[in-house]
Design a protein around this ligand. Structure first.
Ligand SMILES: [Zn+2]
Ligand SMILES: [Zn+2]
Length: 350
């Protein structure tokens, strides 16, 4: 089969002919028909995450070896089952939920696979969806999506469930309070498109790019603000009557988190989702004095994935704009994403 692989960190992906894997045990072989390109793939491609203060977390140090096939927003058709696989049949189409644990440790046994120290994520640990075929570890991770358009369904596996899980952490906001989403890129737009279905608050979207602010308004934001503007903090404090009560920072950069801290109302919560990287000075006294909570949210659970698909099927989630690209353009598409050439999401189709 063809796979589009990293062969050197940060260099163009290479089209390579590799063996089509044979499913073992409970594994299921999927013919990949849609595979979203996630912003985090750019960090994988570079081979490191920026931890701030010139500290880099290198993927080689956690055991990632090249050549490697990325892609964790995978949707495909079941073409073969391992000898112990049940629950799906050849011809079924499914989303492959990627955030899976080892299945054996304490947290996995408790059903909290997301906390597993040895995850088996396709596209970040195991061969992923930038290929003609992909192995799924077990049919329980294969999620039905009847009635949902394929490119949208694929993006639910990462950007969708990431946005949903972050929003759920702010479910306590009240109708008269403000929820601010910072960053209207792929995941941010997914969040904007489902915010009203999850959180009962007024929705403010902050982005420095006018095109993305326009996309945010089209996706359902009540108001938008240019957080790069020097008067943005004062303006937002004024228009919200004292700050926002919940923020989801889909960027995760010093500037976006700084903006969140400056505009947060007393008792507010900041949910950091974005992996842009860097570090911020945090005056510790502001935590008690403002009764501020800062929490991190990483992707979502299988249960949340099923909850999200129920909302999507009920028509309560505005689909993110997606641009299909042929699988053979995997390398060009991720390069275009790095250059910020798109609003929304590229999905490789085959
Ligand atoms: Zn992702
Ligand atoms: Zn585990």
């Amino acid at each position: 089969m063809l796979a589009y692989q990293i062969t050197k960190w940060g260099e163009p992906l290479e089209e390579r002919e590799v063996d089509t894997p044979a499913p073992q045990g409970t594994q299921v072989l999927l013919r990949v028909t849609a595979s979203g390109i996630c912003h985090s793939d750019i960090h994988l491609w570079d081979g490191y995450f920026d931890m701030g203060g010139d500290v880099k977390m290198r993927l080689e140090d956690r055991g990632m070896t090249l050549p490697f096939t990325m892609g964790h927003e995978i949707l495909g058709e079941v073409v073969a089952l391992g000898p112990d696989a049940t629950g799906v049949e050849v011809g079924d189409k499914r989303i492959y939920f990627p955030w899976i644990g080892c299945g054996e440790c304490k947290v996995c046994q408790r059903g909290e696979e997301l906390l597993c120290p040895a995850p088996r994520t396709p596209g970040t640990r195991y061969a992923g969806g930038y290929a003609e075929y992909c192995i799924a570890q077990h049919s329980r991770y294969l999620v039905p999506f009847e009635g949902v358009e394929e490119t949208h369904a694929a993006t639910c596996a990462c950007s969708g469930v990431t946005a949903y899980s972050a929003l759920k952490k702010l479910k306590h906001l009240r109708a008269e309070e403000h929820l601010m989403i910072i960053g209207a890129g792929g995941v941010g737009l997914a969040g904007i498109g489902m915010a009203k279905a999850v959180v009962n608050a007024k929705l403010v979207v902050a982005d420095i790019d006018p095109a993305k602010r326009a996309a945010a308004l089209a996706a359902g934001a009540d108001m938008v603000i240019d957080n790069g503007d020097a008067s943005a903090v004062a303006e937002l404090m004024e228009s919200t009557g004292g700050g926002v009560h919940g923020v989801i920072d889909f960027v995760g950069a010093p500037a976006s988190s700084g903006f969140a801290m400056q505009t947060l109302a007393r008792g507010g919560t900041i949910v950091v989702v974005g992996l842009f990287g860097g570090a911020v000075p945090l005056p510790l006294a502001t935590l008690p004095l403002k009764m501020m909570s800062i929490i991190g949210s990483y992707v979502g659970t299988l249960e949340e994935m099923h909850e999200l698909m129920a909302l999507v099927k009920a028509g309560k989630v505005k689909p993110v704009p997606t641009t299909p690209r042929p699988l053979s353009e995997a390398g060009d598409a991720i390069a275009d994403l790095r250059e910020g050439k798109t609003v929304g999401r590229y999905v490789l189709v085959n």
